[in-house]
Each structure stands twice: as C-alpha cells, then as structure tokens.
Design a binder for this molecule. Structure first.
Ligand code: PRP
Ligand code: URA
Length: 207
C-alpha cells in the first residue's frame, strides 16, 4: 500500500480553479476532468501488458498492449466528474457505479445503488471520487468491491484529508491512494479545509 500525492505544475494550476469559490460550473467540471486525466498517467503505471507481434511499415516487431481489464468505479455523485477525463486515456475501461452518500448528521455512508460489469472481479479497479474526508464513503466502496471478489484496487481522489487517509490505510492497507493534494484536515462539519467545498454541488450546480 502507498499514499501518493501527485505533484505537478499543471495539476496545481487546475487545482486553483477547483478551490476558487468564484469558479463557475463549466470551468470546475473541465478542471476536474483534466486533473483526473493527468493523474491517470501515474495511477496506471503498474497496469499489466503483454507482448504482441506488430507489423510496422518497415518490418515485424514486438510491441506491448494492455492485457488486464480496467474498471472505473465512480462513487456517485461526485465521482462522475472524473470519469471522462480518465476514459480519454483508458478508453477500453468499463465503468461500474456505486451510489453512496454521506449522512451529514452521522457522517456514516448511506448506500443506494450498485451496478458493476460482469468481469469486475478480474479487473484492475480504479475507484474515483474527488473528496476523501472521513474515509467512510470510500471504505464502504472498497468493502463492497472486495465482497464481490475484487482484489486489485486503487483509489484516485483530488483532495484528501489526513484523517480519511488514516482510516483507509487502517482498514484496507492493500489499496493504493493517489491524491492531487493532501490538505490540512477536517473542520467541525467534517469538511476538508482549505478544500474546495461540496464537490457534488459544484460539479452539478446544485445547492
Ligand atoms: C462527498 C464526496 C465523497 C464523500 C466524502 O459525497 O464526493 O463521496 O462526500 O466524505 P467521507 O470521506 O467523509 O465519506 P457526498 O456524500 O456529498 O455525496 P454526493 O457526491 O452525492 O454529493
Ligand atoms: N464532501 C465534500 O464534497 N467536500 C468535503 O470537504 C467533504 C465531504
């Protein structure tokens, strides 16, 4: 298991757009997908490949292609905001959906929906959600996926709180966590600070 904070000037620039409270929905969505795409390069570096024979215009040669199915699992709703950015680089990935929201009183995850591809257990699964706050939502999602036989899981988030990271590492030490930034902590409402506010509301223009 490892926790990887992906530091890159392009990511930091686009993260400023996400954090800025005056950023409109359009720029917020674009920046979120672009960061997710940039993070994909690092988060997929261990994907399995196999050798194939390929004929170039000059001769036959040995090249490599992906040999492992990949499934993205956005945690609804906010995880949806990262899917297109990742699919740009892994267009063959399937997408499973897991509906979990955080009860804002108890902070406990509340499950409402799941639909996974039939080969999810054999897949490399990338769970995506912009926010890792208390860790309740992603721990629920990892529990669910392991319960249906998935063993190879990574989690991509944009902003992570140290408290949430500790919870995931404690419960699921085998899962790699990739974050664009590890923030200072959680406030009294379990919101990440400085954070970016409510990711789902900012992506979908609700509230
Ligand atoms: C947000 C966020 C995560 C969760 C993080 O979703 O997108 O899923 O909160 O908090 P946690 O780590 O404390 O569980 P939210 O529950 O607001 O649902 P939404 O995406 O439908 O708005
Ligand atoms: N969910 C969000 O969208 N933002 C936070 O800061 C915490 C949970």
């Amino acid at each position: 298991m490892s926790v990887i904070e992906i530091k890159h000037p392009l990511i930091e620039h686009k993260l400023t757009n996400l954090r800025n409270k005056y950023t409109d929905t359009k720029l917020f969505r674009e920046s979120l997908n672009e960061i997710a795409g940039l993070m994909t390069y690092e988060a997929t570096k261990d994907l399995e490949v196999k050798e194939v024979e390929t004929e170039t215009p000059l001769q036959m040669t040995i090249t490599k292609v992906l040999s492992q199915p990949v499934t993205l699992v956005p945690i609804l709703r906010a995880g949806l905001g990262m899917v297109e950015g990742i699919l740009q680089f892994v267009p063959t990935a399937k997408v499973g959906h897991l509906g979990v929201y955080r009860n804002e009183e108890t902070l406990e995850p509340v499950y409402y929906y799941a639909k996974m591809p039939s080969n999810v257990a054999e897949s490399k699964v990338l769970i995506v959600d912009p926010m890792l706050a208390t860790g309740g939502s992603v721990n629920y999602t990892i529990d669910y996926l392991k319960g249906v036989g998935v063993s190879n899981i990574s989690f991509l988030c944009i902003i992570a709180a140290p408290e949430g990271i500790a919870k995931v590492v404690e419960r699921h030490p085998d899962v790699d966590i990739y974050a664009a930034c590890i923030d200072e902590g959680l406030n009294e409402h379990a919101y990440i600070y400085p954070g970016l506010g409510d990711a789902g509301d900012r992506i979908f223009g609700t509230k």
